[in-house]
Write a protein that binds this ligand. Structure first.
Ligand code: C2E
Ligand code: MG
Ligand code: MG
Length: 583
């Protein structure tokens, strides 16, 4: 340790020169004294102590050795050279004296100087080695520091924007929550998602996309004070932490200021792009007292901003939280709904326009939740689709609809078809057609009594080969209807190649008939005409009034379905209805 300290000690140039001069002076003084004593060898008497001349010479030589060793230790290279020069000189003088005096008096001196030169050379070598090791250790320490920094950066910083990552953000947020809780202050978690960033990435390339992300990172930092923390959570999403806000108003003003960064366009490869952002904000303590809750709620508000036309700030509200909460409860409960027999089917009659006779029934699923009451399929089918539960549920609907149809006593059932709705996720399943085939075989119902309804958005989806599945369904003998026709993008090119039996006009157009909307009337007439030209049947959904019925009938719509005729009913009620002569 002492050595390391000695070697590492910084010696200034000035003190080095002084050390050399003093050492040289002492050494030369000793040489001088030695010379006098050698030429006139006297014994001294100091305080009654007799000092022999040869003893004195020995002491002087020792002092010279000490000086030599000292400067080598103290000054490294310069010290070594100085000591070497001094001792060479002394050696030379001692040899000279040896030859001249023809005595061996100076022989110990000659040996001493040679020994000193060997010792200081060894010391120097040793020092060099130690220096080498110390340097190595020092280099390793530096490397270790660099690696530590790199690891830290990797763990806590986003490599693209050099902003904090979510790990660091969450740690800081937790700390800020603690402090804000004690001081009754507000914190805002601001989630910002760039609008249409994907387009930039797709059209201008990945590196241009990264430049945009860094540009916005810089803008955020410039507009915010040092107390705020900006992070990138991945993709084109940033999280900002606004701390130490006394009032919500102060907080709102800060978020408003933040939005001005989107006023300026971004230049990419010389082209100006106007990029906006959708912003969601959650506030501590109102929207959560835990970091993950605040982040989740800010994200929620951001999605709301996206769904409401983008380029806006939306603060999290209780309603938003309730919707999510309800969805979460429904999602959890839906997993057991089948087992607990909470799902059941309603059947809505589909009638012939001409004579209002029942031609079929559409099976519509219902969920009777034990505490939340009747849940509409419009609410839980999307959840079933997201969770994958639609596969077992959809299969259950298919089997149940077939079974309930077969259990019906009415003789009329022979002329009746059952329409069953199918989700995209079901169609994606490889064995779906085989499974349906197996079920109808087991139950003993004919395939042509069953109509598979798929929505227009599924039918014209380009992600997977819908046509192939439809052809397979058709080969087994099922009928196929396109549900909610006209609602989204109808591809006339695809419809002509699809094995479709029926188009179901979306109820929005049907409702438009009685609201006097001439455009809706025109669309309805066009769809009817299109179906006729394609040689397929057409059914209007959601008929609620006499006027709608009349209009549709007059323009040649084949079938109808709606509250004007019948609402959905149980299989028992449907059987009774049929038994009452299909009216
Ligand atoms: P959809 O297939 O278009 O079904 C028609 C919807 O319109 C049904 O709503 C029905 O009750 C309602 N409706 C019928 N007549 C009228 C009317 O005159 N006026 C009004 N306002 N509405 C009428 P529901 O039962 O709530 O079903 C909503 C959607 O849920 C269905 O739309 C369908 O897309 C989906 N769905 C229902 N059951 C199933 C199912 O078993 N599987 C799948 N995948 N989806 C289903
Ligand atoms: Mg339907
Ligand atoms: Mg529909």
């Amino acid at each position: 340790m002492i050595l390391v300290h000695l070697f590492n000690k910084e010696i200034t140039k000035k003190s080095r020169v002084i050390t050399i001069i003093i050492s040289c002076l002492i050494y030369m003084l000793m040489s001088f004294a030695l010379r006098i004593n050698s030429v006139e060898p006297n014994d001294f008497l100091i305080n009654q102590v007799e000092i022999k001349g040869f003893v004195l010479r020995g002491v002087i030589t020792q002092v010279q050795i000490l000086v030599s060793v000292y400067i080598v230790l103290k000054l490294n290279k310069e010290g070594y050279i100085t000591a070497l020069v001094l001792n060479t000189y002394s050696l030379f003088m001692a040899v000279f004296f040896l030859i001249r005096s023809r005595t061996v008096d100076s022989l110990p001196g000659v040996i001493s100087y040679i020994a000193v030169m060997i010792i200081i050379t060894l010391i120097m070598e040793f020092k060099n080695q130690v220096f080498h090791y110390l340097k190595k250790i020092e280099d390793q320490k530096i490397d270790l520091e660099i690696s530590k920094q790199k690891l830290y950066d990797l763990a806590y910083y986003d490599p693209v924007t050099r902003l904090a990552n979510m790990k660091l953000y969450i740690e800081e947020l937790k700390e800020s929550i603690k402090e804000a809780g004690q001081e009754n202050r507000h914190i805002a978690v601001v989630c910002i998602d760039l609008d249409s960033f994907k387009t930039i990435n797709d059209t201008m390339g990945y590196y241009a996309g990264n430049d945009v992300l860094s540009e916005f990172a810089d803008r955020f930092i410039r507009v915010l004070n040092d107390n705020a923390l900006v992070s990138r959570s991945g993709g084109d999403e940033y999280f900002i932490l606004l701390r130490d806000m006394e009032t919500v108003e102060e907080l709102k003003a800060a978020v408003k200021d933040l939005m001005c960064i989107f006023n300026r366009s971004v230049k990419i490869n010389g082209i100006d792009f106007h990029i906006t952002g959708s912003v969601g904000v959650s506030v501590f303590p109102y929207d959560g007292e835990e970091a993950d809750q605040l982040i989740k709620n800010a994200d929620l508000a951001m999605f709301e901003a996206k769904n409401n036309g983008k380029n806006k700030v939306i603060f999290c509200t209780n309603e938003m939280k309730e919707v999510v909460n309800r969805k979460m409860i429904l999602t959890n409960h839906l997993y057991q709904a089948l087992e607990k027999h909470e799902l059941f089917l309603h059947f809505q009659p589909q009638i012939a326009a001409e004579d209002r006779k029942i031609n079929g029934f559409e099976a519509l699923i219902r969920w009777n939740h034990p505490t939340m009451g009747l849940i509409s399929p419009g609410e839980f089918i999307p959840i079933a689709e997201q969770t994958g539960l639609i596969k077992p549920i959809g299969l259950w609907v298919f089997r149940q609809a077939c079974e309930e149809c077969m259990q019906c006593d009415s003789e009329e059932k022979e002329q009746i078809r059952i329409a069953i709705n199918l989700s995209m996720e079901q169609l994606r399943e490889v064995n779906i057609v085989k499974q349906f085939h197996k079920i109808i075989k087991e139950i003993g119902i004919e395939a042509n009594k069953i109509e598979i309804e798929i929505t227009e958005s599924i039918a014209f989806n380009k992600e997977f080969d819908v046509l192939h599945v439809l052809n397979e369904l058709k080969r087994v003998g099922f009928l196929i209807a396109i549900d909610d026709f006209g609602k989204e993008y109808s591809s006339l090119n695809r419809i002509r190649s699809f094995p479709v039996d029926r188009l179901k006009i979306d109820m929005d157009f049907v409702h438009g008939i009685s609201s006097g909307n001439h455009k809706d009337r025109a669309v309805v007439k066009t769809i009817i005409q299109l179906a006729k030209n394609l040689g397929v049947k057409v059914l209007a959904e959601g008929v609620e009034t006499q006027e709608q019925y009349q209009f549709l009938k007059e323009h040649g719509c084949d079938e109808m379905q709606g509250f004007f005729f019948h609402k959905g009913m149980t299989a028992q009620e449907a059987g009774n209805l049929l038994a009452g002569k299909r009216k």
